[in-house]
Design a protein around this ligand. Structure first.
Ligand code: ZN
Length: 306
């Protein structure tokens, strides 16, 4: 694993520990929020420990997609204000995970209205806890206080008419989780896929909160239909990509699913499947930011319980 990836992954595990209380947003001494990178005429991208936060600027105000870690909230807010001093109108959350919703309260205090899938709100109200997997313990996340919660929720899809554009919010059931939403700026032709796309390696399936590999692949097939060759696609983590990048990612997941499924049918245990290295040769970008064994283990968990 590359050093940068390892560092980011380490932080992914421990950062919730640093922010167990959701009543405040005290600043961590460790913050790593990049300045905004312009990726379209009126859309910028910043990263909080690698989590992609999109900022749309327009006459109606700022639209923010995902808000990073809780401990970075003040820093994220200040970076956003360097892009534009317009007020934040809407915060859009792609799904429930702590690295995507941690800055919600700070932006809501500034007047933003938070929008997300109804299951995102439901899970944020009850907290997040998953079992140990392959020797890795994700820190549990306590229930969020009301200031963090989405105020507008939807079930299948939503259109937001703002800044002379249409933002299409579309829910894909049982993919990375049970509350994944993509946000597509139709006129700008920019799509934020959240953790339905990781341009820097394999994803992890949150099988304890509704994630399934078949739902994930189905979501990718549907998202590909929305995109054209000029669409800028923002992943949950990693650099912006395009339709071809998403197509390659989809093909990689389909092939790995087939291989893992075949090994399960041969009666292999999860450790034997990981040892067989079924994803070897599939990812061309170097080390995956999420350890590949976590991807394989969660796909195994999903397929072997059917
Ligand atoms: Zn996630």
């Amino acid at each position: 694993m590359k050093r940068g990836n390892l560092f980011n992954y380490f932080l992914l595990l421990i950062l919730p520990l640093l922010s167990l209380s959701h009543g405040s947003y005290s600043q961590n001494s460790m913050t790593n929020v990049t300045s905004g990178q312009k990726i379209a005429e009126n859309i910028y991208l910043l990263k909080d420990y690698g989590c992609n936060i999109a900022v749309m600027v327009g006459q109606d105000g700022l639209i923010i997609i995902d808000t990073g870690y809780k401990g970075s909230a003040l820093k994220t807010d200040s970076v956003i204000s360097t892009i534009s001093n317009l007020p934040v109108k809407y915060v859009l959350n792609t799904h429930l995970h702590f690295d995507h919703v941690g800055g919600n309260m700070k932006l809501a205090e500034d007047g933003a209205v938070i929008i997300a899938h109804e299951n995102t709100r439901k899970h944020m109200l009850s907290g997040w806890k998953v079992p140990e997997i392959q020797g890795i313990n994700y820190s549990p996340v306590l229930p969020y206080s009301i200031e963090y919660l989405p105020k507008i929720c939807f079930k299948d899809s939503l259109k937001i008419y703002v800044n002379n554009d249409v933002v299409q919010a579309i829910h894909y059931p049982n993919a990375h989780s049970d509350c994944d939403v993509i946000f597509y700026f139709q006129n700008a032709n920019v799509l934020h896929a959240g953790d339905l796309f990781e341009s820097n390696g394999f994803p992890i399936l949150d099988v304890w909160y509704g994630g399934t590999i078949d739902g994930y692949i189905k979501a990718l097939d549907d998202i590909l239909k929305i995109c054209n060759d000029n669409t800028v696609i923002i992943s949950g983590h990693g650099d912006p990509s395009n339709r071809q990048g998403l197509q390659d990612y989809r093909n990689m997941l389909v092939e790995s699913r087939t291989r893992i499924s075949n090994l399960i049918e041969e009666g292999k245990s999860v450790d034997e499947v990981i040892a067989a290295d079924p994803t070897k040769d599939l990812y061309k970008g170097g080390e995956s930011w999420i350890p590949v064994k976590l991807y394989v283990a969660t796909v195994y968990e999903d397929l072997s319980r059917k």
